[in-house]
Design a protein around this ligand. Sequence first.
Ligand code: ADP
Ligand code: MG
Length: 416
Amino acid sequence: MSAGLHEAPMTPILPGSTDTAGQQATLGVLGGGQLGRMFVHAAQRLGYRTAVLEPDAQSPAGQVSHHHIQTAYDDPAGLAQLAQLCQAITTEFENVPAQALQTLALTRPVVPGAAAVGIAQNRIAEKALFAACADKSGVSCAPYAVLETPAQLQAIQDERADLLPGILKTARLGYDGKGQVRVNTAGELAAAWAELGSPACVLEKRLPLVAECSVLVARGYDGQVVSFAPQRNVHVDGILAATHAYEGTMPPALAARARAAAISIAQHLGYVGVLCVEFFVIDDGIEYGGLVVNEMAPRPHNSGHYTLDACDVSQFDLQVRTLAGLPLPEPRQHSPAIMLNLLGDVWFDASGQPREPDWPAVLRLPGTHLHLYGKMHARAGRKMGHLTITGSDVGSVRAVARRAAGLLGLPGLDAL
Ligand code: ADP
Ligand code: MG
C-alpha cells in the first residue's frame, strides 16, 4: 500500500531561495486554524514566504501569513492561486476535501497526500488500516463493528453483545468527542443511531482506559523517519485538556511499543509529513497487551504543542522540513513539559460572566509559555490557546502547572 506516497521533488525547496521567475520560496497550507498559524510561524522563521487558503477573514493563520487566499477550500480559482504562489502545499485539518488535495497535487507536491488524509477522514477506513497493520505494528484497535445498514444493526444486536457497553462514533467529521454516543444496550444503540440520522458509523467496545498517549512521527520523501517520545494526554469531556511530556510519564516498555507502532503505521502508509497516532492504555494487560491504537491525525496535533517550547525541533518545524524536503534530525526534548489547553471557558468566571484571564499572574510564574491563537471570540469548548510549562525537573514543572491551572480556573492537576 502506498497511500500518501508522493514522488520526491527533484530538489529540496531551500529556505530563502528564489525560483527562475524570481519568486521567493513559498509554502502553502490549506486551512487557517491554529495549526496552520503555527506552521506559518515555523516556515517564516526559516525564511519562507507563506500562503494560507481559508474562507474565514479573521482566521488564526490568515492573520499571520504573507498571503491569505480567502475562498472555500474547494474553490477552483482559490486552489489555482495557491498552486501558483507555492512550491509545495500541506494541510492543517483532515476534513479538507480530498478532491482539493488531488487538484493541487496535479501541479505541486502536496503532503500528506490525499489518500492518507482520506483514510484519516473515515473511521471505517482508519480501523481497517490499523487492523491491516496490527501484525507489523504489534498493536490492535479496540474491538469494533461497522454500522452502515439496518442489516448490520440487526447483526450487531444479535451477535456482538461483546461490544456493549460501547461508543457509537460517526465514521466522518468527528472530533473533540463530537459525533459520539455512549450506548449500554442494543436498544440504546438503535435509538442513538437513529438519532444521529443513521450515518455510516463504527460501534466500538468501551475500554477501561488507565491512560491515553500519542506519538508524533515525521517521515520524509526519502522514507527517513524521526519521532518524539510518546506524551500522555488527559481529556475532559472528550477534549484534550493537558499533555504531560517528561520521562516517566509512561511506563518505558509501553512508550517504546507505542513509538514503534506509530512508526510502522507511517511506514506502512508510505506517509510523508507529520503524523500523530493516538493510543489508549487499558487495564486489561493480557487481552490487548495494554496498548490499543485509537486514531490518527495526518498533521501536527494539539498533543504535540509542547514541542514548540520543550524540544530543539518542534512538530511544526518537522512539518516544514518534510514539506520542503529538508534534512530531518531526530528531535531532542531539552525540558520536561506540561501543556494546558486554554479553551474559551477560561474567559468566563464561575457565574458565566466574561472576564480576561489574569495573564500577568500566569506569566509571572517561571517557565510559562503562553500561546494565543488570535481568535476574536471566546466560546465554551473553543480552543483559544495553550500554555506550556517547562522547567529543569518534573517536580517544579508540576508545581508551576498546578498554580497556573488554579489561576486560570482549570481543574486541579490531579484531574489533569
Ligand atoms: P475524537 O475524534 O473526538 O478525538 P476519539 O475516538 O479519540 O474521538 O474519542 C475521544 C475520547 O473519548 C478519547 O480520547 C477517549 O477519552 C474516549 N474514548 C473514545 N473511544 C473510547 C473507547 N473505545 N473506550 C473508552 N474511551 C473511549
Ligand atoms: Mg481523539
